[in-house]
Write a protein that binds this ligand. Structure first.
Ligand code: 1CP
Length: 343
């Protein structure tokens, strides 16, 4: 049986674009909230393979998406390098911030197997329960995005702490990035050995950097991760999502070695069709707020994305994660419209 999402990532066009959603296992689903409540904390859920596999499969069972994404978090990597991570209800992640080069000494050299093994076990359990035509995606955060949380100790709007660290001590910052490149290759290869079909690298905060820093801290580290993954697993496609990259997406496509790129909802369609889609598959890019709003706004956004991109190699998705208050009916309508689409 063909996996249509995997075939697009490998360079084919599908007449009906495959569809999945970033953050498709999450709080907008009552069945997710139920398992999340049983698990206690968010990290308990991430490190409980049976429960994490169950929530990974929930959106596949409910909606029949073409892709399942491992349920975990990008901050598992700093956690497994020895930086304590917690998730406060309603407030997001909290880490013990790394203030300077001295702080890097607190990190271990390797991922703690006791922390990453349950994630690989989740992959094996998902694989066992997944329909044969559904593509299983693993993931990690890009070094830049993960570093912003490690340095600030929390999420934020402008990533000021990491930008300042990188300007003040670019060598020290480079050491942190190097550590994350190495850990990310190990982590992705662990997921691949456990059975994922493809991987996505999330660079949620790529959009805040000036061009030279975007090249140095976003594109180059991601290129090194992809090279490391491809060396050991040459047939596994890699998607890169540099959110907010705009026209710099071309830098990612020309230098990172990705098989596909994620688009956020601000992407310029003419530019993407001319400069990006001839080289790699594209994925995206419905505004999560259009999905939340529903109605005509959602229909228009879906039709626009299909007419913009479905003539080429295209994976239908959102431009960022689904928002918790999104009605399930809007997701059902989106899937029906995409699957019923004829050019
Ligand atoms: O209580 C809960 O249920 C917490 C909500 C939640 C969920 C469902 C968090 C906390 N993480 C996740 C799962 C998650 N995170 C997945 C699972 C697979 C899926 O997509 O369904 C993935 C791929 C991520 C990736 C992730 N985590 C990113 C990159 C993508 C993105 O959305 O930008 C980032 C930046 C994080 C950090 C994170 N984890 C959780 C929160 C609330 C945040 C954002 C913190 C912030 O900056 O405000």
């Amino acid at each position: 049986m063909t996996k249509s999402l995997l075939s697009v990532l490998n360079g084919d066009r599908q007449p009906t674009p495959p569809i999945w959603m970033m953050r498709q296992a999450g709080r907008y689903l009552p069945e997710y909230r139920a398992v999340r409540a049983e698990a206690g904390s968010f990290l308990n859920l991430c490190f409980n393979p049976a429960k994490a596999a169950e929530v990974t499969l929930q959106p596949i069972k409910r909606f029949g998406f073409d892709g399942a994404i491992l349920f975990s978090d990008i901050l598992v990597v700093p956690h497994a390098l020895g930086q304590h991570v917690t998730f406060e209800a309603g407030e997001g992640p909290r880490l013990d911030p790394i203030a300077d080069r001295e702080g890097l000494k607190r990190l271990g050299d390797d991922l703690d197997p006791a922390i990453v093994e349950p994630v690989y076990e989740t992959v094996r359990q998902v694989k066992a329960g997944l329909p044969a035509d559904v593509t299983l995606l693993g993931f990690c955060g890009a070094p830049w995005t993960v570093a912003t949380y490690m340095i600030a100790g929390r999420g934020g709007e402008d990533q000021a702490a990491a930008r300042l660290f990188a300007y003040r001590d670019s060598q020290g910052f480079g050491q942190l990035i190097d550590r994350l490149v190495e850990a990310s290759v190990t982590y992705l290869l662990g997921q691949i050995r456990a059975g994922v079909d493809a991987v996505q690298i999330f660079d949620t905060w790529a959009g805040v950097l000036p061009a030279p820093e975007f090249r140095r801290w976003c594109v180059e580290p991601v290129a090194r991760i992809i090279a490391g993954v491809k060396q050991a697993a040459p047939s596994v496609p890699v998607i890169v999502f540099p959110k907010g990259a705009g026209f710099r997406l071309k830098m990612t496509v020309d230098h990172a070695g990705a098989d596909a790129v994620g688009l956020d909802w601000t992407a310029d369609a003419d530019f993407v069709r001319r400069e990006i889609q001839p080289k790699v598959a594209v994925q995206g890019n419905i505004d999560p707020l259009a999905l939340l709003a529903g109605g005509d706004a959602l229909d228009r956004a879906i039709d626009q994305a299909l007419s913009d991109y479905a003539g080429g190699r295209y994976v239908f998705n959102l431009g960022h994660g689904i928002l918790p208050p999104t009605p399930i009916g809007h997701v059902e309508r989106m899937i029906e419209r995409v699957r019923g689409w004829r050019p």
